[in-house]
Design a protein around this ligand. Structure first.
Ligand SMILES: [Fe+2]
Ligand SMILES: [Fe+2]
Length: 133
């Protein structure tokens, strides 16, 4: 069974680019999770981790730039950017440690990422919809 299951009723924010990106993020995370469960080659896992995080960081940057362009409430923008920054810091640490063989990608980490994404989409991304639609 997949780590994350996209369903519009639970996760759609109603903004096209965001819903498409979020669904793609779920898929990228599922693929990474499967590679780890299948004990894939470390280089392959590393490449996929880099690809997923590159996509995640670009998504965060685009959300933030649109929130500014569409004059989203500044308190929403600031809190949202802080949330993104905290996850970027955690993921960057994981990425560096994995890529230098100091750490393995554990089930606990996947569960943390899954919970973070679900909570963030529901509690933060849904709040920008009224400004971005
Ligand atoms: Fe998002
Ligand atoms: Fe976000």
């Amino acid at each position: 069974m997949s780590l994350m299951n996209w369903d519009a009723e639970s996760y759609a924010v109603g903004v096209k680019f965001a819903d498409e990106d979020h669904e793609k993020l779920f898929n990228l995370l599922n693929q990474l999770h499967s590679l780890v469960l299948d004990h894939a080659n470390r280089d392959l896992i590393s490449q996929h981790l880099d690809l997923m995080l590159e996509f995640l960081y670009a998504h965060f940057a685009y959300e933030e730039s649109l929130m500014l362009d569409k004059n989203c409430a500044i308190d929403l923008y600031t809190a949202h950017k802080l949330e993104h920054a905290a996850l970027i810091e955690s993921c960057s640490n994981i990425q560096i440690q994995f890529n230098t063989s100091q750490l393995e990608l554990s089930e606990e980490m996947f569960q943390m990422l899954k919970k973070w994404l679900e909570r963030h989409i529901i509690m933060f991304d849904k709040d920008y919809a009224e400004f971005l639609m």
